[in-house]
Each structure stands twice: as structure tokens, then as C-alpha cells.
Design a protein around this ligand. Structure first.
Ligand code: SR1
Ligand code: MG
Length: 403
């Protein structure tokens, strides 16, 4: 049995050679560590002779973004590889293929997606993804419906809940999204020009009530097996293709948390367009594109989820009780809007930000983007339980002004 050790590039090549049939026996392999996320090592291994390549992703026993003082379970590598394989069955073509999982090394070998770009980067460069709403709505409808009590055997579901218990990574979310931004936490991090806005978050009782209710949902509602961290940095895309990666935060939680993550990250890019667009005309056009994408995602998700319910629903009461489905879908929308708001706020004042905003070099423009993101985020949180339609979210975004 191989004991756990963090790999370097040389050892990663050795491991890749041992994986059945990935490369010819005497292949000359080269390797680069390319991980730019918060938690893991990622090795890109290539065989220049035939263009074959693979990604090896290894969990570190601590959060890389903070250092060894923040220990973190290696079990997240198992969760990630099992979730990727399940997603591959439920949403074929929308996730990388897993070739191999090594429990001792906390390592997953998977399809290299170098032909794609991280969607967050693409949006920052002004790339449009015309098929994204179609793809991500299918990904979410299929993975969420078929792991919920609506779409799978309810005893088997309880076994899945057990297999995907993920307390340490859930705790990160509980702290970083549903607590720290609303208190004077040492985890928080924000530019000093935002001190007034950060202070206001700490004393806003109305906001705290909504966050407490969203937090309760996150803590208690085992509605479906979530991706758990579905931001645009967890999505590889081209205009024709979408691949969702990085489900190490997977656990049984409220469906709106995944849907809201997608909305939040499109809206964070919307706020960042104060810098990323060349002029006002381009900014208005790109923002319109982003809002249209959100609307398309919700509408497609809503109709695909309902269609799956019609064709594959397993819960007699849920399918027959008058008004139940309308109420269920309305609550999903409201949750998605609330979670989207909470996710926007954490990316401005909490630990771990987004490049769409943080990489704006001009301080005045960065501040404008941050304030716009906070204005949209807090308004979404306030509106969530009162929302009736995706147009509530669109109206909130479109009527908040750049400052
Ligand atoms: C300490 S981990 C910080 C963040 O990175 C991940 O992508 C999650 O979003 C988490 O909250
Ligand atoms: Mg991640």
C-alpha cells in the first residue's frame, strides 16, 4: 500500500506511467503543476510524441490558500472522484472522464480539458458562451433531480446521503458564506475603502435574519446531491462545450445552492464589467448578455426539472398533491436568489474572492465593481422569500447603478 505523500512533478509522472494504458511504456512524459485553486495540487502530464495527456489532481491535507495551519480532510478526493463519476452517468459529456482514483494518495486521474478555458477567465475576456445555458441547465436538472427524493429510490438516497457526508468542507461554506461576512471575523478580507460597507453588513438585522434562514437550509435540507461549489472557476468552457469540474464540496443540500452559485458568479462578472468592457456600449451589451443567460438558465432548468418529474417522478404524493410542484419550484427559485446574494457578498468581504473583481487594477473601478456586487447581493438576499419570478433577480441587477 502506498502511503500518502504530496507529489512533485517527477513523482506525478511516475504515477501516470503506472495507470493502465494511459501512455505507451517508454513514452517521454513532461509535467507541470498548474493548480491555481484554493486547495489542491493539479498536474498536467503530456506525451509530446502523440499529444496524449492527463490531469492528476491531488488533495493536500490542508487548505493551500491558508497553509498548513488549516488542516483539511483527504476524504474530499474520494468525494470528488465519486461525484464526478456519478455526474458522468447523469449528465454525460458535461464533466471530465475519470480514469483512475487512488485513495491512498488522495488522487484522481482525469480527462485533460486544456482545449477548454476556465469560464471565469473567458467572461473576463469578453467571450460569450451561446450553449452554456442549455448545458448547465441540463447538468443541474439531471444531477439534482435524479439524486433527490423525487427522482430516485428513497432508501437508496439515504445511502448516498451517508456516502457524501462532507462535514469539513461544509463547515468552510457555513463559516465563509453564512457567518463571517456578517461579523468581525479574522477570515474576512476586503479593501480598506470598503470598511463602511463591511461595517454595515455587521449590523443589518433584516439581512442577518435572511442569512440565518439560508444558513438553516444549507445545514438541514438534504434535498439533492449538490456540486457544492458551482462557480465559473469550476467550469471549463468553449462556445460549443461545457465541462463542470471540481465537486469536492459535494454533499446533500438545498438545490438552490447550486443554481444560486451559477447566478452569483455571472452577476459578479456583471459587476466587474465596469473594468472588463472597453466602453459603455460594450458594457451594456455584455451585461445584457449575462442577464439573458441567467434568465435562459432558470427557464431551461425549470422546464427540464419539471419534465424529468413528469417522466421519472417516484414520489406519489409529490406528483399528485395539487399545487405541490408549483410550490416546490417557486421555493427553488427563491432559494436560488437568496443563495446567489449570499455568494456575492462573501466574494467581496470574506475570505477567497473572484478574479472578475479582484484583478481590476484601477482602485476606483474596483471599488465601483465591489459596491455594485454588494448592492446586488444584499438586494437579492432581502428579496429571496418574496420573489415570484426570475424577473425579480433581473430587475434587481438592472436597476442597481455603477457608482
Ligand atoms: C478555504 S477554501 C475557500 C473557497 O474555495 C473554494 O472554491 C470554495 O468556494 C471555498 O469557499
Ligand atoms: Mg474548487
Amino acid at each position: 500500500m502506498t502511503a500518502y505523500r504530496p507529489l512533485d512533478e517527477e513523482k506525478a509522472i511516475q504515477i501516470a506511467r503506472e495507470i493502465n494504458q494511459l501512455f505507451p511504456e517508454n513514452a517521454e512524459l513532461s509535467c507541470r503543476e498548474i493548480g491555481d485553486g484554493n486547495l489542491n495540487l493539479v498536474f498536467h502530464i503530456t506525451d509530446a510524441a502523440n499529444g496524449a495527456s492527463v490531469i492528476l489532481k491531488q488533495a493536500l491535507p490542508y487548505a493551500k490558500v491558508v497553509g498548513e495551519s488549516w488542516p483539511l480532510t483527504l476524504d474530499r478526493a474520494r468525494i470528488e472522484s465519486e461525484k464526478l463519476m456519478l455526474e458522468g452517468k447523469l449528465a454525460p459529456g458535461l464533466v471530465p472522464v475519470v480514469y483512475h482514483y487512488d485513495a491512498q494518495l488522495a488522487l484522481t486521474a482525469m480527462e485533460d480539458l486544456s482545449s477548454h478555458h476556465i469560464m471565469r477567465r473567458g467572461l473576463m475576456e469578453g467571450t460569450r458562451y451561446p450553449l452554456f445555458s442549455e448545458h448547465i441547465s441540463t447538468f443541474m436538472a439531471n444531477t439534482l433531480f435524479f439524486t433527490s427524493d423525487l427522482g430516485m429510490n428513497q432508501q437508496d438516497k439515504k445511502q448516498l446521503v451517508k456516502a457524501f457526508i462532507n462535514p469539513e468542507l461544509c463547515k468552510i461554506t457555513e463559516d465563509l458564506i453564512f457567518d463571517d461576512p456578517y461579523t468581525d471575523s479574522p477570515n474576512n478580507s476586503y479593501d480598506s475603502h470598503l470598511e463602511d460597507a463591511a461595517a454595515a453588513l455587521r449590523t443589518d438585522g433584516e439581512l442577518h435574519l435572511e442569512i440565518a434562514l439560508l444558513r438553516e437550509k444549507f445545514l438541514t435540507q438534504a434535498q439533492a446531491l449538490l456540486h457544492g461549489d458551482l462557480h465559473t472557476g469550476s467550469i471549463f468552457a468553449t462556445p460549443e462545450s461545457t465541462k463542470v469540474i471540481d465537486p469536492e464540496f459535494a454533499f446533500y443540500g438545498p438545490i438552490g445552492f447550486d443554481v444560486g452559485a451559477v447566478f452569483a458568479n455571472l452577476l459578479l462578472n456583471y459587476a466587474g464589467q465596469v473594468h472588463w468592457s472597453r466602453d459603455e456600449q460594450e458594457r451594456a451589451a455584455f451585461r445584457t448578455y449575462l442577464l439573458r443567460t441567467i434568465e435562459e438558465i432558470w427557464n431551461a432548468f425549470d422546464s427540464k426539472f419539471r419534465a424529468l418529474w413528469d417522466q421519472h417522478g417516484v414520489d406519489r404524493m409529490a406528483s399528485s398533491a395539487p399545487g405541490y410542484r408549483e410550490l416546490y419550484m417557486k421555493r427553488l427559485l427563491q432559494d436560488s436568489i437568496g443563495f446567489a446574494g449570499a455568494k456575492m457578498v462573501r466574494r467581496i468581504v470574506g475570505l477567497s474572492h473572484v478574479a472578475d473583481i479582484d484583478q481590476i487594477p484601477d482602485a476606483a473601478k474596483r471599488e465601483a465593481a465591489q459596491r455594485l456586487a454588494l448592492a446586488i447581493g444584499t438586494a437579492l438576499i432581502r428579496r429571496n422569500r418574496k420573489a415570484n419570478s426570475i424577473r425579480d433577480l433581473l430587475e434587481i441587477a438592472a436597476t442597481r447603478e455603477d457608482v
